[in-house]
Design a binder for this molecule. Structure first.
Ligand code: SAH
Length: 352
């Protein structure tokens, strides 16, 4: 049984601002809850950033359409399969296929073909997609092809805030509708936000946490907002504050939703060399080692100072395994590590 945990918005705000001893206590509480519900296992998602071609023009993102300084790429099917083969050998239970957003038929069919081929060649691989907003029919096709999880960050749960971060042709409602469609189809659904994005206030972050609870998500990925030299929106707080806020967000969310999967994101490591370990020590239970071939990494920079650009996939494997062990957790190879929350949700007959 999962205890129903109710925390008021005021209490969340107080916890989000925790520093020093109070912050240590908050993280320890979150870690105890994680260990109780999910044990000390940490699951891997090999991250393949297979294309940086994007039709969106988000004001914060380094691969936004109007950044003409970046070379655009789409990995071939064989290159993607090679990366999946690496994951298979490394015994990462799951992979994430992530890209910029495209809605054309050619791209959609390419993704379906790739998912089917992965399932054929590596039937044990769990497949998560993170390729943005598409219509329900297309999501259904991805699901039928064999993908079973989908990540789509809402970026902020506040409509007015959303509109300040995105151009007019993007809509908060459309993104929210996508999350509902994904859930109705049967995906395990993940979302998330950027912590410390311009115009954001701590109250917004508390609302974001309550939003995750309200839409009953299975997985969450959140990391600090970091400026990109060719994106117009720059960080307006300070990185250290955003780093601590990100950790406190992870801890508060673990307390609020004990059985979901929470990622210790790469962006944490961009701000601190041990950022991901801190994420695990605040209650996260998933880690996403980079499996994008080294030759493409420099072109997939959503923000400046993205770590691991110079490393190879094998170096990432060794490094991450060490990092997990260093904080007394168990790297869990060869398992999908599905969100336990998802199974409870479907057993209870969820409403979306
Ligand atoms: N287009 C896909 C994948 C986007 S990249 C999709 O929308 O699902 C994955 C995430 O990177 C985004 O959802 C966003 O939250 C994050 N991101 C983008 N720019 C960032 C920045 N400047 N700082 C921190 N995170 C950023």
């Amino acid at each position: 049984m999962v205890r129903e945990i109710c925390i008021s918005k005021e209490e969340l705000i107080e916890n989000l601002e925790a520093k020093g001893l109070k912050q240590k206590d908050l993280h320890a509480k979150a870690v105890n809850i994680r260990d109780e519900y999910l044990s000390k296992n940490v699951y891997f998602r090999g991250l393949i950033e297979f294309s940086n071609i994007c039709n969106n023009d988000c004001f914060y993102c380094g691969i936004r359409k109007s950044n003409h300084h970046v070379k655009r790429y789409l990995m071939s099917k064989d290159e993607i399969l090679e990366a999946v083969e690496f994951c298979n050998k490394a015994d990462y239970g799951s992979i994430v296929l992530q890209s910029g957003e495209r809605r054309d038929k050619k791209f959609v069919n390419f993704v379906i073909e790739v998912v089917e081929e992965i399932k054929k060649r590596f039937p044990k691989a769990g497949i998560t997609l993170c390729i943005g907003e598409l219509n329900k029919k297309v999501y259904q096709k991805f699901f039928d092809a064999g993908a079973h999880r989908y990540l789509l960050r809402i970026e902020t749960s506040n409509k007015r805030h959303y509109e300040k971060l995105h151009p007019r042709e993007m809509s908060f409602e459309a993104r929210k509708k996508c999350l509902k469609n994904l859930k109705d189809i049967g995906f395990q659904v993940g979302t998330g936000i950027m912590v410390g994005s311009p115009f954001q206030r701590v109250e917004n972050l508390a609302d974001d946490l309550l939003f995750f609870k309200e839409i009953d998500v299975d997985m969450v990925g959140m990391g600090p907002f970091i400026s990109h030299q060719y994106a117009p929106l720059k960080v307006d707080g300070n990185n250290k504050r955003n780093f601590n806020l990100s950790l406190n967000m992870i801890a508060c969310l673990r307390i609020l939703m004990p059985d979901i999967n929470i990622a210790a994101t790469t962006a944490l490591q961009a701000l601190h060399p041990e950022g991901r370990e801190y994420g695990l020590n605040a209650g996260a239970n998933v880690i996403m080692p980079l499996v994008t071939p080294k030759r493409y990494r420099e072109y997939y920079q959503l923000y400046n100072n993205k770590p691991c650009i110079e490393e190879s996939s094998s170096e990432c494997l060794n490094c991450i395994t060490q990092r997990i062990k260093s904080v007394g957790l168990i790297p869990k190879f060869g398992e999908w590590g599905d969100s336990l929350h998802y199974f409870r949700r479907i057993k209870n007959g969820y409403s979306s």
